[in-house]
Write a new protein. Sequence first.
Length: 258
Amino acid sequence: MKRLKFINRMELSFDKPVSGHAYALRCIPRTDSAQKIETLLSRVTPSGISKAVKDGFGNLVYTGSCAVPHTAFGYEIKGTALVDQNRREREACHPMYRYATLLTGWGPCLESFYETHKTAGRAAFEMACSFMQAIYDEFVYAPGATDIHTAAETAMAQGKGVCQDYTHIFLALCRKAGIPARYVAGMMIGEGATHAWAELYLDGVWRGFDPTHNRFVDDVYIKLAHGRDYRDCILERGTFWGNAVQKQKIYVSVEDIT
């Protein structure tokens, strides 16, 4: 069990004023059997009308709008979380986590990789570990090589990408093997940006796997949202009136203060 201090900050800048800005933010850490949020301070600027709701996956979503013209928008979330992965409770698994999505759809490159690294008769856990090791060994971490619309098959074909791609490939392989799997967006210890990993439904419990780092998710990870793939876990989504170019900056910090 660890107590983690976290900061999650996002800033959007516009080269021209925009207005009528409506947004949906999945920036607040979840509370579940393995993760308890002890303290929380949140700030969205510029301020406007907002409310907190839960989406169909149980993720907390801040929805709101800002009518006045502005050239910057952002949020800062900070607090402390108590994380203990050993306290995960058994729960039911929705069938949707067994099936491919637009971003985890099957193709010849995934098929070839799957046939190379699967092992008949292996338990689900061992199969997942084999896939995770193989992705880590053969895939190259390359920021800018893909974007948020890149599917697992496309990323596998070019052999490089970022944490989102590692996770989508891993999800596709595990679902092909009959293992229910879901996408997770969150933070991990250190400084940088948000991170993505997977959770697999094994023996009635969701267990975290991080294929980007070839490790199991432990008590230094903080979950923000989960879903079928990246599209269910978009941390910041919005629309606005105005012909403006936007730039985004993200800063995440997680510190162990146990």
